[in-house]
Design a protein around this ligand. Sequence first.
Ligand code: ATP
Length: 354
Amino acid sequence: MAGIELRGLTKVYPGGVKALDSLDLAIPDGEFFALLGPSGCGKTTLLRTIAGLETATGGAVVIGDRDVTGVQPGGRDIAMVFQDYALFPHMDVTDNIAYPLRIKKVAKATRHDKAAEVGARLGLEHLMDRRPGQLSGGQQQRVALARVMATQAQAFLFDEPLSNLDARLRLEARTFLKKLQRELGVTTVFVTHDQAEALAMADRMAVMESGHIRQIGTPAEVFQRPANTFVAGFIGSTPMNLLDGTVRGDTLEVAGCKVAVPASAEGRLSDGEKIVYGVRPEYLAYSSEPAEGAFGGKVVIVENLGASHLVTLDVNEVTVQAVVPEGGEPEIGDNGYATPRRDRALVYRDGELV
Ligand code: ATP
């Protein structure tokens, strides 16, 4: 097993698209690392460049202590699971799992033993004679994982391996994959466009935007303290409120309301300075009574989120959203007041966290 290090990694496709722009990233041995970002930001390119399926235009890929930048995919000792699993339709489960061992010229009996062992570990023992077309999506995914595990690579690369599963299987697979990665302790890089998946599974994650990494951190760090307004707007099942404001002495004027300076920005702002005030809808306490330091306005939308409601307020023509626990939800047209938590609100200056 080995860590993965990227040094100034750059990929420019023929035609001039710069998919990776001088990326630096160090993933320690054994870490479960998620790559997240909007469509086209370069996630798949990054994974394929680590695997050697794309050639880097500049910079280096280091696996363990070996610079593999010029090494063919087969010589990198890493295994990749693709979105479509890439199983061989004419082979049964045993042969699919054992395929990489066949390539390595491992004897048939040995590779079948290994396939049986790994298959059992993934709960496939009763399916070993079937072909991929006779398996459910979740079972196919487990075969693809088993094939990767049978190779005993130094690192695993997953490109949206759960995207073909339905919602329930996907949740199951998440837990399963996380547990498996823990047990095996193999460095794993996981590409997803589903942030809930990244937050739930990753030890650490990177958020990418147009070929750049905009933040690296634990899911908690990225969720609680997005480093810039891009990450703040991207992460969260309901987007963070990002509101223009001005520093007025020891308070802030935001959406025509007077709100307290967030704890994290205390003593770090200058009077009169323009800022962006960020607070997640989950960190606004909603009330139908006026409150000091609250955003006061009219309720314009109430959306049911299941155990809570997302209430949209028009605050002096600025939209502010708050999550309101079950039972406390207002009616459209009511006056509403949303008080931010000082310990959770954030201030951005020129797009970067203060
Ligand atoms: P998605 O989430 O939609 O899969 P992604 O983040 O994985 O997107 P990439 O597939 O890595 O993004 O693409 C990054 C950029 O490189 C995009 O602008 C894409 O159009 C471009 N690109 C990808 N593959 C090629 C290629 N073979 N030739 C030219 N441009 C490419």
